[in-house]
Design a protein around this ligand. Structure first.
Ligand SMILES: [Zn+2]
Length: 137
């Protein structure tokens, strides 16, 4: 796992296919790019990475589309001041149609310049073959 190496990308823009993926796991065109373009994420970890990348790129549509209908918020807006600057996947498990991913996401706030780390354990569920984000525990 690497983090910090991925360059931050301006909102609303897609990195080039051969650029470092914001999630840090490879080139965008082989990593989160296809998932953001609609390809199915094969594992909870892949989906979690693509959702981190969607946060980093401001892709609200992908976040909404991959949120479990039972827990999806009515309104989803991203904090424009928060820049996501690195991801560490700490652990991930898969058990049938349930999955869990523990991660640390590094953020930077543009206005104040403050930095921090969001630590979370995300739960995922598979419905009709596709993984969805459920909630955080
Ligand atoms: Zn990625």
């Amino acid at each position: 796992m690497t983090f910090g190496a991925a360059a931050s990308v301006p909102r609303g823009r897609r990195p080039a296919a051969d650029a470092a993926c914001p999630c840090g796991a490879g080139r965008f065109g082989e990593c989160c790019g296809p998932v953001l373009a609609g390809a199915m994420a094969g594992t909870p970890e892949r989906l979690m990475r693509s959702r981190y990348t969607a946060f980093a790129l401001g892709d609200v549509r992908h976040l909404r589309d991959t949120w479990h209908p039972g827990t999806r918020p009515e309104d989803l807006t991203l904090d424009a001041d928060t820049e996501w600057v690195g991801l560490e996947v700490v652990a991930h498990t898969e058990d049938g149609d349930r999955g869990m991913v523990s991660f640390r996401a590094h953020w930077h706030e543009r206005g104040s310049g403050s930095r921090g780390v969001l630590e979370e354990r995300s739960r995922f569920a598979r419905r009709a073959g596709a993984w969805y984000y459920v909630d955080a525990v």
